[in-house]
Design a protein around this ligand. Sequence first.
Ligand code: NAD
Length: 259
Amino acid sequence: MIPLVVVGAAGRMGRAIEQAVAATPGFVVRARVDRESTHPPGADGWSADVAAVLAAGDVAVEFSAPAVCAAVAQRCAERGAGLVSGTTGLDAAQEEVVRAAARRVPVVRAANFCLGIAVLRQALQAALAGSPSGWDVEIVERHHRRKADSPSGTALLLARDVAARRGAPEEALRCGRGAGRTGPRPEGEIGVHAVRGGSWVGDHTVLLAGEGEWLELRHVAQDRLAFAHGALAAARFVAGAAPGLYTLEQVLAAGSRPQ
Ligand code: NAD
């Protein structure tokens, strides 16, 4: 049994992780971490402090907030616990804390744990290889009204995939187009646009637009269980991995796949 410590356990993703664990053999939730105000009344196994519950050999599965992610990564490194982390919107200093932790323990970080996003990234590479380099690329993402960061980590990942393939600098990314006389679209720009509303779980479309035609590659996450099963595949991988910072693609290549 792989012992999990679920961080952000009371949140939307934390609850989906619990559901996925209940449907997947080989895991046990040893502890749940969240703000004290969110603990169910009288429930055991909850803590507001990851340091109070994390032990060597655990795998922390963290979907919470950027500052929590960095703090949990530090604790995992100190205790000898693995980490699967999906929180988006980390700043450069927080990403560096996670990288430092990954020098001591195995860490999987992914902006999107859906298997379909890994497939979309491969399809995007094929589409970019097969289409003229002058075709415009725009990425549109849609999420629920409570999402804290914008654009989504997945949209940025896809935009950076395009930039890397085309040898474009980070400045080629344009998040939103603003109002007024914004002028013609600059050549080589990679547009990224965020739509917010309702209870949308996660929807990413990459548009490649040429003269008189366009191509759309789209992934829709209908249920958070799709992320949760990907995170459990990552937890299974982490439980047997050497220290390092791994991607979902590396997890899948190693044969640990979502159920
Ligand atoms: P949510 O707001 O529903 O849940 C977050 C939980 O973290 C809440 O229960 C909150 O109380 C807890 N939390 C926040 N700060 C805390 C603190 N200081 N101490 C203890 N607990 C704290 O959010 P969510 O929809 O579950 O998303 C969480 C994160 O995961 C976001 O960054 C989101 O973008 C990301 N996410 C990633 C993926 C992926 O596949 N990588 C998928 C969905 C969401």
